[in-house]
Write a protein of this length. Structure first.
Lengths: 315, 335, 295
């Protein structure tokens, strides 16, 4: 059974100019111990999706199942229990740590909040966690501003790990870091996954990172899920026109193969008061009348889902 | 193509902050030919942006101070120019494209007028003529001229960056300094903007220094590459040389740390440790504390000299010193 | 990671110091803040020991010395009724300082408390609370004070009440703005994700990060409050007329400004000095409370 299952999840926001359909009818599953990469461009709702799943935001409609249990409407004590099973690593290692809390205070806080450990246990676990993520003991009383981005992100990871969650939602955890530091943090995340059997949802806009770390990938465009498939399959054989365009746009370090970019018309529109149908249609080369009907996520091959009415014609 | 446009000689820049001296740029030499694109690659704090601001002489002084060096544009040393003549150079001969398009545009002015203003500042022409030229600049970067009278907030991020580029190109500059011009943009938009920049540059035969941390962008746009570490160029050469045959351990480390699209290995090989503290650079080679090949000679004295390994391919590493070549090879074999 | 330790070792292992101690130690190293503190301590002590220090009774009228300029007998001169200005300044400090400090402090505490809640609670609460603040602050402070003074009578305590009432909406609004900015930061979301209650998120995580900005604003507010209170005294609704209060002294001297400028300049200068001292102190305190500050 999948650890996390999302069924027809919707999250709408009321904004000045209408309703923002930030997440619109998204369904997928994440197997235990796997990493689901969620990619998409800014404003496609990938962070909102992650926050809705771990209940930092309340869903407008649909269901989120954790270990087979519907957590969409959990409240009070129930929610407290669930929050110990799920945690989050944030994008910005600067703003995600309280500037007035030192490393020790930051890491021990979730343990204190759990209200079931003794002081000695908390201290011991804090020490273990620091060791686990590779923060030197001398930094125990250091404040966030005294550390570099990579170390800060390690502190954020230690905090997320404190209560041994099953599921960690990683919201662009390495995009604010330099390449050399980014590799250190990615390796750490993968080691931890192996060691504790963690399940990740990895939200990012960086396709090479997501390819490196994910088992499966979801591609989102303006709140809609356009394609989901195992990583290798998605990169070898993208089916949705948007996925193709996205993959072709990555500047490759292999310059002997010049970019053969799939041409896109225009710019990203918005998910505010969208028309029914495929939201990518206005930029799509293959758009036709049927694209203005609501699209269904269709299993084209085992495990490879695409939301495009013309997927068979154009491939 | 072979005429040299810009020469930077031994540039040193320091910042003073809280009584400490931050050595941001420590002896940078750059030579740029007409029509050529040079990629400046390096991590946060390596001094990339400081170099470009030093060229334009827009470093805030204090705290920044150019302690040494010359910047020659054609036959003129920019550091010797009086401030008034420098105004002529900025925008007219050298234009800069910043990372964040939002802060580079004035939110209360229409985009067309912002471009026209730049043109008017450097050319003795009528308002009408300037507006006409501004409209054609917009068309050139792929924005319909009918949007001339719109304000920056009515444009998306990618469109705004196009406007910024149009402003930079408005006076046919000889040199463009592009500081992470596409970092704030989405992948598909980045591809569009990069493509457009390459085409325009070719059409106008402009030289460009492209500052970025993204090796993919460099691979797709640049002719030559200079890798910067701790305020020094540690390796420079043609793109082909650097990408196919990187020599400096830092350059090799950078490539190793990159998750590759066509590689399925599970673990990345990061560069160990952290970039050095610019107030307290290590002795000898700045990279020695993180270098897998470092030995005693690397940790003493001055930073190593640039060594020309093959014609046009320079590296700042004593492993490639003639007398230590043997030593270097044996070191790298054992590691 | 051992190499990393060798590369950059800015932080040494140290014992955690309590926040108060740390702030105090940093204040000691800040000369301008110390100057502010010195002025404040001096004026406060002088006010407390006014009965011992003052050469005359503050209300004693010396008809031989009406409008006297500063001289050996009356160091700071006398006012239109022949009262010794130095004595009145010393005694006045007791009213003016406590009035300014108490009113501003109550405004700080209540404004921060409600501002945090309003800013964090969400759209509806925010909307209602802000409209109330709008209405509240659209009533001129003076009118509000007059209302309170007529309803409850004029006394020192009621003057503080009136001044506080005028301070609160501004303080709430100002706190709310700080909260809205802070809200965007992910560490608050992180706190929520690890099961912190709303109150804990607000008061344990967010408030310590905005309080230093509030304190600086409050320090500046004290002088303003002293001046406003004098306005009340002027129309006879603040502290009782004969009370030696700095603001009232200024108000009283207005009519004689051209002929006898010392009557207004001296209390004016003292108010300015206090405001300056509070500002220096406030700035120093803000810096000392900033965790990013290097020791």
């Amino acid at each position: 059974m999948a650890l996390v299952e999302v069924r027809h999840l919707k999250k709408y926001f009321e904004v000045a100019s209408g309703t923002n359909h930030a997440v619109d009818d998204v369904s997928f599953k994440i197997e235990r111990g796997h990493t689901m990469g969620v990619v998409g461009e800014s404003g496609c709702g990938k962070s909102t999706l992650g926050r809705t799943i771990i209940r930092l935001l309340d869903a407008t409609d649909g269901q989120v199942l954790l270990d087979g249990e519907d957590i969409t409407h959990a409240k009070g004590r129930e929610l407290r229990r669930l929050r110990e099973k799920m945690s989050i690593v944030f994008q910005d290692p600067y703003s995600s740590l309280n500037p007035r809390f030192c490393v020790d205070e930051t890491i021990r806080e979730p343990l204190e909040e759990a209200r079931r450990f003794t002081r000695a246990e908390i201290s011991q676990r804090t020490e273990e966690l620091m060791d686990l993520v590779g923060i030197e003991d001398r930094l125990r009383m250091a404040y966030p501003h005294e550390m570099d981005g990579g170390r800060r992100q390690r502190v954020g990871i230690a905090r997320a790990l404190a209560l041994r969650p099953d599921f960690i939602m990683c919201d662009e955890p390495v995009s604010a870091l330099d390449v050399s530091i980014q590799a250190q943090v990615l390796n750490l995340l993968m080691d931890l996954q192996e060691r504790f059997g963690l399940t990740y949802m990895f939200v990012t806009h960086d396709l090479s990172v997501v390819r490196h770390i994910s088992d499966e990938i979801c591609v989102m465009y303006l709140g809609q899920l356009v394609e989901t498939a195992p990583t290798k399959k998605l990169f070898d054989q993208p089916l949705h026109p948007y996925t193709k365009a996205l993959l072709s746009a990555i500047p490759s370090i292999d310059f002997s193969k010049p970019m053969r970019r799939v041409q896109l018309k225009g710019e990203i529109t918005s998910a505010i008061n969208p028309k029914p149908g495929c939201r990518f249609a206005p930029r799509c080369l293959y758009a036709c009348d049927c694209c203005h009907e609501p699209q269904q996520l269709e299993e084209v091959e085992p495990g490879h889902f695409v939301s495009c009415c013309r997927v068979r014609e154009i491939n | 193509m072979n005429e040299t446009l810009l020469t930077i000689k031994n540039l040193h820049v320091q910042y003073t902050s809280g009584g400490q001296i931050v050595r941001a740029v420590n002896g940078v030499d750059i030579e740029l030919k007409k029509g050529e694109t040079l990629g400046l690659v390096g991590e946060t704090g390596a001094g990339k942006t400081t170099i470009s601001k030093a060229i334009l002489r827009i470093l805030p002084d204090p705290p920044a101070k150019v302690t040494c060096g010359e910047v020659w544009l054609n036959d003129v040393n920019l550091f010797d120019l009086p401030a008034r003549e420098m105004l002529e150079v900025r925008g007219n001969k050298i234009a800069m494209i910043f990372q964040d398009p939002m802060t580079a545009l004035n939110p209360t002015m229409t985009v067309g007028n912002q471009i026209a203003e730049v043109i008017l500042q450097h050319n003795d022409i009528s308002n009408k003529e300037a507006m006409k030229r501004a409209a054609s600049m917009l068309e050139m970067v792929g924005i319909p001229a009918m949007r001339y009278m719109e304000y920056p907030h009515q444009f998306s991020g990618g469109m705004k960056q196009r406007v910024v580029i149009a402003m930079a190109l408005a006076c046919n500059p000889e040199l463009i300094l592009a500081d992470e011009p596409t970092t704030a943009l989405d992948v598909t938009i980045q591809a569009q903007v990069l493509e457009m920049m390459i085409n325009l540059k070719q059409k106008m035969n402009t030289s460009m220094i492209l500052i970025t941390h993204d090796l993919g962008v460099v691979a797709q746009t640049c002719d030559r590459v200079a890798v910067i570490y701790a305020g020094q160029i540690v390796e420079s050469g043609t793109k082909e040389e650097i990408f196919n045959n990187p020599l400096h351990p830092y350059t090799i480390g950078l490539f190793g740390a990159l998750p590759k699209l066509n590689d399925d290995s599970k673990r990345l090989s990061p560069i160990l440790g952290l970039p050095p503290d610019p107030t307290n650079l290590p002795e000898g080679c700045s990279f020695n504390p993180r270098c897998p090949h470092a030995f005693e000679d690397c940790t003493v004295g001055q930073t190593p000299e640039m060594i020309e390994v093959t014609p046009g391919h320079f590296v700042r590493c004593i492993l490639f010193r003639k007398e230590s070549v043997h030593h270097g090879i044996s070191r790298s074999q054992t590691s | 990671m051992t190499e990393a330790a060798a590369v950059k070792a800015p932080v040494k292992r140290r014992k955690k110091e309590s926040m108060g101690k740390q702030v105090f130690r940093r204040l000691l190293h800040n000369p301008t803040a110390m100057l502010g503190i010195a002025i404040l301590v001096l004026i406060t002590l002088a006010s407390i020991f006014a009965p011992l220090l003052a050469p005359y009774d503050p209300n004693h009228m010396d008809y031989a010395n009406l409008y006297a300029r500063p001289n050996a007998q009356h160091l700071l001169g006398c006012d239109n009724l022949g009262r010794d200005i130095l004595s009145r300044i010393l005694h006045g400090g007791r009213y003016s300082l406590s009035l300014g400090v108490i009113a501003a402090a109550i405004g700080l505490v209540l404004g921060t408390f409600f501002g945090c809640i309003v800013g964090y609670a969400g759209k509806e609460v925010d909307n209602i609370a802000m409209r109330i603040c709008d209405i509240w602050s659209s009533i001129p402070a003076m009118l509000l004070a007059i209302l309170i003074a007529t309803a409850l009578g004029s006394s020192f305590f009621n003057t503080i009440l009136a001044m506080t009432a005028g301070n609160i909406p501004g303080s709430i609004r100002n706190t709310r703005a700080l909260v809205l900015r802070e809200r965007e930061l992910e560490y608050l979301e992180a706190a929520k994700a690890m099961n912190c209650s709303k109150m804990k998120v607000i008061f344990k995580h967010m408030m310590p990060n905005i309080i230093s900005f509030k304190i600086v604003g409050t320090a500046g507010n004290i002088g303003h409050t002293i001046m406003q209170a004098s306005g009340l005294s002027f129309i006879g609704l603040g502290v009782p007329p004969s009370t030696p209060e700095w603001g009232a002294m200024c108000a009283n001297a207005r009519g004689y400004f051209l002929d006898h400028p010392h009557m207004i300049l001296i209390p004016g200068f003292v108010i300015m000095l206090v405001v300056l001292a509070f500002n220096l102190f406030g700035d120093g305190l803000r810096d000392a409370m900033d965790p990013k500050l290097k020791d």
